[in-house]
Write a protein that binds this ligand. Structure first.
Ligand code: PLP
Length: 442
């Protein structure tokens, strides 16, 4: 058996920073990342044989819990039939149909392998359809690592405190207009100045990559109004929220699904990822037939992928969505409500100023007086929090056998497998972690 320390040292000699995705490196919290050897239900096990209750859930996909037996069986059956064909399969059609059943606006669905590909393609499609170049995004929103969308991004870009990325050309960066999240008048100003050049506004359906920020009432509907007035597309990025916060994602919760309803709005394009692949590399781009049919082979906007719609990955996504019924969402909602209340209580008891913010079953904790007094609505505010308190909190939880996201900017994820025992173990660890956060110094 190896230790995490040994594994990390070996990894750093072979892999940049020892990881294949930056946030995994524990850069902002310090210490050795846990190298995982297995995961089942609500638990993960590291290479040293230690078990943790998991609140990362593979950064979202594990809605049913890790290695859900029916999902694993579906994957094994698919693998036995062949790993990849490079030809269409009926499974892809079934997954597209399942997405459309949940999100009726998804008249056409193109499967890709990562959320990044989905948002990258959405931008290209919006540009192709409108014949315009500019894109509006919000600071603190993360849409994957495509060149056009890294400016002032959340997730790992926020964790590493980067304004964007080296290697993105100035010309590309100049085609992205970055606006404070939630500020509809700033969006309107951008359209007043550049309206005829803006192809699309892209927004996280509910931001969860600068910590969790619930969209202000009517904000997404307002984006729909402004974009429609100016002939631009609205891209709702549900890579993280899609099929996780509810059967039809954040859009389903917020729009009420009824076109005649007061809160209803219709984005042009949706992007999905994470849960839609059930832990395997599947993501999707979806929208009206009119827009989506501009993709190759029907239309002039090119997009392709050797492993797109991979049959084994599709089997995992399809099995996951078929099992993700109302009872699963009700369980995850209740678990999130119970755990977030317990976190709040523990931090209050220890005298740690904080606010716990929710968007459906997603939640995260912001530390600091300002956050506690005013709550957090923008990335600028999220960045001013007392991140050092999270570092202490994170390590105390880890020592007690709870695996939290290794960054204060990430959401906490629960699953259908987080039962009373798993939640109880987390709750038992909270008071000491809250005291560690109270005692932390910069
Ligand atoms: N969009 C959102 C909202 C995300 O949270 C993420 C990843 O966390 C992405 C896009 C990128 O997805 P992927 O990491 O699969 O490329």
């Amino acid at each position: 058996m190896t230790t995490n320390h040994e594994a990390f040292a070996r990894a750093r000699a072979a892999i940049p920073g020892g990881v294949n995705s930056p946030v995994r490196a524990y850069g902002s919290v310090g210490g050795d990342p846990r190298f995982l050897a297995g995961a089942r239900g609500a638990y993960v096990t590291d290479v040293a044989g230690r078990e943790y209750v998991d609140l990362v859930c593979s950064w979202g996909p594990a809605l049913l819990g890790h290695a859900q037996p029916d999902v694993v069986a579906a994957v094994q059956e698919a693998a036995a039939r062949g790993l990849s064909f490079g030809a269409p399969t009926v499974g892809e059609v079934e997954l597209a149909e399942e997405i459309r059943r949940r999100v009726p606006l998804a008249e056409r669905v193109r499967l890709v392998s990562t959320g990044t590909e989905a948002t990258m393609t959405a931008i290209r499609l919006a540009r192709g359809v409108t014949g315009r170049d500019l894109v509006v995004k919000f600071s603190g929103c993360y849409h994957g690592h495509g060149d056009a969308l890294l400016a002032d991004a959340g997730s790992g870009v926020a964790t590493l405190a980067l304004p964007g990325s080296a290697g993105v050309t100035e010309a590309t960066a100049a085609e992205t207009i970055v606006v404070p999240y939630g500020d509809l008048s700033a969006v309107e100003d951008a359209f007043t100045r550049y309206g005829s050049q803006i192809a699309a506004v892209i927004t996280e359906a509910a931001p969860a990559n600068m910590g969790v920020v619930r969209p202000p009432e009517g904000f997404n509907q307002g984006l729909r109004r402004v974009t429609a007035e100016h002939g631009a597309l609205l891209i709702l990025d549900e890579v993280l929220t899609g099929f996780r916060v509810g059967p039809s994602g954040w859009w389903g919760l917020e729009s009420g699904l009824d076109p005649a309803g007061d809160d209803y709005y219709a984005p042009d394009l949706f992007t999905f990822g994470k849960v839609v692949g059930g832990g395997m590399p599947v993501a999707a781009l979806a929208g009206s037939a009119e827009v989506m049919d501009q993709l190759a082979p029907l239309g002039p906007v090119y997009q392709a992928g050797t492993l797109s719609g991979n049959p084994v990955a599709v089997a995992a996504g399809l099995a996951t969505l078929r099992l993700a019924d109302d009872a699963v969402y009700a369980h995850v909602d209740a678990a999130a409500a119970r755990l977030s209340a317990a976190v709040h209580r523990a931090l209050d008891d220890a005298g740690v100023p904080h606010v716990v913010q929710h968007a459906g079953s997603l939640f995260s904790v912001f530390f600091g007086e300002l956050a506690a007094r005013f709550s957090v609505t923008t990335y600028a505010q999220a960045k001013t929090q007392d991140a050092f308190r999270y570092t202490a909190f994170f390590h105390a939880m880890l020592d007690a056998g709870v695996n939290l996201p290794p960054s204060v900017f990430e959401a906490w994820f629960l699953s259908a497998a987080h039962d009373d025992v798993a939640l109880g173990r987390i709750e038992a660890a909270l008071p000491a972690a809250a005291r560690a956060a109270a005692e932390a110094t910069t």
